[in-house]
Structure formats: structure tokens, C-alpha cells
Ligand binder design. Sequence first.
Ligand code: GLY
Length: 317
Amino acid sequence: MIVLGNSESWPGIGTAAEHLQNGAHGLDALVPGLSLVEAETKVRSVGYGGWPNLLGDMEFDASVMDGTTRDYGAVAGVPMTLEVTRLAKAVLDNLPHTMLVGEGARRYADELGLAKDPFLLEHSKKVWWRKLEAVMTLEQKAAFPNTDLAPLTKAITDPEKVRDTTVFLCKDSHNNICTATSTSGWAWKYPGRVGDSPIPGAGFYADSRYGAAACTHTGEMTMRCGTARTVVLALRLGISLDDALRLAITELQELESGYIGGVVIHALDAMGKHRVVNVGCDEEIVYWVWTAEQGTPEKRRAVLAEDLLSGKVEALS
Ligand code: GLY
């Protein structure tokens, strides 16, 4: 058994691990873990602690995937909803659909009795306005929000870390490999922007026969490359986990146009071996991992894409 989570998964990885130890199905372990991350205000990319869109409104994306059945459920651009991963799981469990967006997703949250909450923390509101103000002309500021928002999207290229996500991947005691993701998306995004976290094959993919991958940071790139699917399909073709990641890294690095930023790929193979790789993020990237042998979650450093490509990284054993 293993649970792998990104840097911001710390509030929930222990809970996910406990559920796995008690024999839970992977998704029944990951969803309560992610709910704790969503409720933690110190995590600045998801739930309560997340960042708003250009209008100052929170819009959340989330997904769950069961790699045994390849069932998945997702929600995107959901307003006023903290427990979006639970909502995504309810889409998987109860609807003949795979994804709900915006007001339809919120309507379904009402049917499930999930609390409605505008969420924006006072601190987030101040930072949101300060950054927006800095990129607006006096004219735009006077007219805001009745001004074109597209020219303001330059605010979202701010170097502060604003495009993270929480991802969890696991292999449970029944050998199901699953993923779950949750995010408030790219801070200061254009309203309605959807990232890779609810898009299967881009921000996540799981197939219990071969493995799983889930990505954080620049969803605009992983959606163009189908990064998570590349990793899992390569595993299916008999390629090792590291070579599968080398292929996914190469595809990302081949992109020359459009918005180019960092991506972090978290991946597991069917044996439960894992690798986390930093593709072009300036900051050091860490992640969390728990295994049944290890007992408690450990924080580790991701390898650099350049080191994996040049063979500097020790092979997985
Ligand atoms: N990877 C998170 C996003 O692009 O929204």
C-alpha cells in the first residue's frame, strides 16, 4: 500500500493512510484526506485557503478516478463549495455523467446538502485586490468590474506560487490504484478558466493494471500534452516508470508557444514504486509519501527533470 501526495497534501495524507490501513477502497481513503486539505487555511491553493479569480470569486475544480474500473467523476468552476472532491465522488457514484461544471455542479451540491459558502478569506481578498490594482490603469480601476478582464490576465503571471493543486495517488490493500485532485485553480484566472485537475489524462489518470499519474502547477501545459495519460499509456506498453516520465517530460519540453511554466508530475507504477519530478519549476519541490512499511508519512524532495533525463537519478528499486 502507498499514498503519494504533493507538497500541500500534509493535512490529509495521514488520514488517507489510516483508511487504507483499515482496508478501505482507495477512493474512500483519498476523499476524506482531501477534505482535510480543503478545510486547511494554510494550504494556499485549495479550498478555504485558495485564491480567487479576477473578479474575486472562488471557483474550484476537483476529480476522483478509480483505476480498476476507469470510472471517474469531476467538477469544474464550482462556486461556493468547499468539499469539491466529495462532490466529484458523488458525480462518480450517483450520476450517469462524468463531469459537472459551474452552477449545475453547485445545484448538485445543494441536492447533497453540501454547505454553500463564499469563502474568500480577508487576507486573500486584500492580496487579490493589491495585485489586481497593481496591473490596472486608473480608468480600469474606476470601471472595475465593468471593464474587459482579458488585459488583466497579466496579473496571473505573477511569480508568486499561484498554480498549485492538491493531488493524491494511492494503491490500496486490494491493489486498486486511484487518484484524487482538488484546486482553486490558477489565482487571478479569467472567470470560467478550467485547469487540468478535473481533466482525465491531463491532470490525472489511473489504471490499476499499470499505474497512475497526477500533475500540479501549469495545467495549460499538461492539457496540451495529455501528460498523465502519456505516463500511464507508456507503462501499459511495458516502459519503465522512469522512461514513461522521460517521455512525458520530453513532450512538455517540446512546447514552445503559449503559456510555459513549471509542472510537477507525481507517478506510481503497479508495483507501488513512485517518482515525483519537477519539470521547470524554479522553487524546490517536495512531496509526501506513506507506505505500509514506513508507517508514517515522509516529506521528500522531487527529482529534477534534467537529472532524470540525463540519467543522474538513481534507478528505482
Ligand atoms: N494544475 C492546476 C491548474 O492548472 O489549475
